[in-house]
Each structure stands twice: as C-alpha cells, then as structure tokens.
Write a protein that binds this ligand. Structure first.
Ligand code: AMP
Ligand code: MG
Length: 415
C-alpha cells in the first residue's frame, strides 16, 4: 500500500501538460497563458494631457504670479481624439482636453480651473513646471516590454492589458474534458430517486462541480451497472476525454470490476490502495499518458480523493504552478484519536480567533456522511505516525472553501 506522499508524487509525475489553444481574451479569464506577451507599441501611444486646460511652454510662465498673470494667445482647440495641427510658440497656448495629444512646442498643461479666459487670451497665475499634467508616451508600458509572462493566470487586469495592447486572442492551456463514470446497481439519477428509494448518483454531480471549479469540462457519462460489460462500455466511451474519473467499484467486493476493466481496455493500473482515510481503495493508472482515476464510491471518499489528487493533476495539466490549496496551522479544540500508519483527512470547520485559527471536525466522519463535507470549510490533515492529538495542539488545515476569502464588512474600516 502506498503512502499519500508516494501516491501524489507518482500521479503528478505522470501528468503532462495539455496543449495550447487560441481563444478570445474574455474566454481566457482564469486560465494560464502559454505565451509571453511583449508590448507592440507604447501605451499611451502619445504624450497626452492629464487635465482639461491649456498646453503651453512652461518657460513662458516663469514670471507669472497671482498679481501678475502671464497672458497667452489661444491658437487652437484640441478635443480628445483630435490631432493637433499647430505648433505652440512663445506666448501661445492651445486649449486641450484630458487624453488629447500634447501639441508640438508645448511641455506643460495648466488646469482650466487655474486660468481666466477673456478677449485678450488666457491668463496664467503661477509658474508651470516642465511636464506638469503631461502623461508621457510609454509611461504605462513601453514597446518591447515583457508585460505578461507565459505561465501567468489571466485576471481581469491582464485581460484589460491585453485589450490595451490590441490583442483580441491569446494562447492559453486547453481546458481538459473530464469523463465521469459512476457504477453501482443501487444508483439512479436525480429525478428517479423519490419513486425507487434507490441511491442518487450524487458523485457524478459533486465531481462534475469539482471539475468545473478547477477549470475542467465535465462529461457526465452516467451510471454503469455492476457488470464488466456495462463498465467496459462506459470506459470505452470515456476514452475520448483527457482524463477519466470513475467512482465506486474499486474495493474488494464481488462486483468491484473497475480495476479489471481498466486493464482490459489497456489502462495500466499503477496504483491501488493508499494509506489514507477516507479513500483507501483509490486506484490510478494511465493509457498513453491519459490519466485514469478509479475513485472510491462513498460520497466523501470520492470528493476527498478528487480534492487531493485529481484537482492538482488538472491544475498541473493546464499550466498552473500553484496546484495545491493553502494550508494553515490551527489550534484543535478537541481530542482526536486515529489509527497509526494511515494519513487522515478530517472534514473540519476552521475560524479565526485572535491572531490565529481554531479548528474542529464537522462531527460524524463516516465516508458516507456527505453532510460532513457540506459543513466543512477545511480539511484537517493528520499524518501517519500520529495516533492521538490532544485538544490545544496545532494541526494543519487545508482551506478548501474559496468563499473564505470574503468578509461581511470591509475590514479596513474596522479601526
Ligand atoms: P462501492 O465502492 O461500490 O462499494 O460503493 C461504496 C458506497 O458508495 C456505497 O454505499 C454506494 O452506494 C455509494 N456510492 C457509490 N457510487 C455512488 C455514487 N455515484 N453516488 C453516490 N453514492 C455512491
Ligand atoms: Mg458498488
């Protein structure tokens, strides 16, 4: 039986990057870019005005004061988007709008609020600095700059930058198609549950949601009966996906055919059983580099093993560097007993207290208790060599709830 560490290393070592695809920049949100982006032309493209006002030569304002304004002759009006036609000479000014190009000859803009205009021209009441209220060409990014590196996750800021650079399409890692197979004669789909009293194929939905959460595309193939033939058919249909994830049928029961079927269709089973709870019977193999996960059937086991193994694999395939959830240290509020030699993943509730965090398990930890996942915002991970953890000890908690990054009130207003 492998340890969690061995299983994780084995699985991740066998994962290769998916290819790139060209996509419009909005569809690239949250995905990893596969090309370096260099700046094709300065942004902004031209020196332009940061204010509505008058563009002039700062040297002409050197003697201007509150009681002795300098008077300028207005030679042109430059609205935003208009190209200046004239050169500003000594004693001249051009009326200019925010964002409009600075005309030849001028090196400063005086805000309209600091001027007075009449038939004689425009009066300036203070000396202007060279460069005052001028935004220079390339002050955001310059031609040739490497502005987004291959491997970057594209956020709204990067999407905006790509647009500013005139890029409507970029190369990003492809989203993997993840085939989901359920197996079990006791399973029915959602709408058939009430009448039959059978068990809903909930794994297909929790796993599909997990796939979506890490950027994959779920392909729900439904339920296979507990026969080799039915399961083989599903696995064959799944071969067109980038990853295959099945749940159930990996234990040692008479109807647990997943491993056999994997072998039959040419998937080398490289790993079966991991020293972990929940999720011990987990199986992994590959066929021509395509990863195939045989997750256990219990609803908590399948979600938990997806979280620990499939999620990092999908993130790695899609070019992500940071493929693991953040883990914090928290103070345990109660004693915990466990078996030695097995790594435990306890569904837990973590909350901040003082400068740190406290954590407790979400009650009954049976691998069929899906509600222990519903109540959880973290996974407390207790290593193999431990048999007992005393209340008050520090433990590791993996944060699995993305909504934890949010607060009800703006915390910066709390002082
Ligand atoms: P198995 O691994 O086939 O022995 O299944 C273990 C347990 O998980 C059984 O109680 C099944 O009813 C349950 N189970 C298996 N597959 C699913 C599924 N797709 N959705 C919900 N529960 C399941
Ligand atoms: Mg079964």
């Amino acid at each position: 039986m492998m340890t969690v560490k061995e299983a994780l290393n084995h699985i991740l070592d066998s994962i290769v990057l998916l290819g790139l695809e060209k996509t419009d920049i909005l569809s690239a949100l949250g995905r990893v870019i596969g090309e370096d982006i260099h700046v094709p032309r300065d942004i902004p493209p031209k020196d332009n005005s940061a204010m509505d006002g008058y563009a002039l030569r700062s040297e002409d304002t050197a003697d201007a004061g509150a009681e002795s304004p300098a008077i300028f002759n207005i030679i042109e009006d430059i609205p935003a988007g208009y190209v200046p036609q004239k050169t500003v000479g000594p004693g001249e000014a051009a009326r200019i709008m925010t964002g409009a190009p600075i005309p030849e000859g001028a090196d400063a803009v005086v805000k309209v609020e600091e001027t007075k205009c009449d038939d004689a021209g425009v009066r300036i009441y203070a000396a202007a600095r060279h460069g005052q209220n001028v935004r220079y060409a390339g002050e955001d990014v310059k031609t040739g700059d490497l502005v987004i590196r291959a491997g970057t996750i594209l956020r709204p800021a990067e999407i905006g930058m790509l647009a500013a650079l005139g890029r409507s399409f970029v190369k990003v890692y492809r989203r993997p198609l993840v085939a989901l197979i359920s197996t079990g004669d006791e399973l029915v789909d959602i709408d058939d549950a009430a009448s039959t009293g059978k068990i809903v194929n909930s794994n297909s939905y929790s796993l599909a949601a997990q796939v979506m959460e890490c950027g994959g595309i779920p392909l729900q193939l439904g339920i296979a009966k507990d026969t080799k033939e039915a399961l083989t058919e599903k696995f064959r249909a799944a071969l067109r996906a980038d990853i295959i994830v099945s749940s159930a049928g990996v234990s040692v029961g008479d109807y647990d055919f997943v491993k056999d079927v994997m072998e039959d269709i040419g998937v080398g089973v490289e790993l079966w059983q991991v020293a972990q709870r929940p999720g011990k019977p987990m199986t992994f193999g590959s066929r021509e580099g395509k990863p195939v996960f045989g997750l256990p059937g219990n609803p908590v086991s399948s979600m938990l093993t997806f979280e620990q193994y499939v999620r990092p694999a999908i993130l790695k395939m899609t070019g992500h560097e940071n493929i693991f959830r953040r883990t914090i240290r928290a103070t345990l509020t109660h004693d915990i007993q466990k078996k030695k030699g097995i790594r435990y993943f306890f569904r837990s509730r973590v909350r901040s207290q003082g400068d740190g965090f406290v954590v407790e398990t979400t009650g009954e930890q049976g691998s069929g208790i899906l509600n222990s996942m519903v109540l959880a915002n973290g996974i407390m991970v207790i290593p193999e060599d431990v048999a007992f953890v005393k209340a008050g000890s520090d433990v590791m908690v993996q944060l699995i709830d993305n909504s934890q990054n949010f607060t009800k009130e703006p915390e910066y207003l709390s002082d």
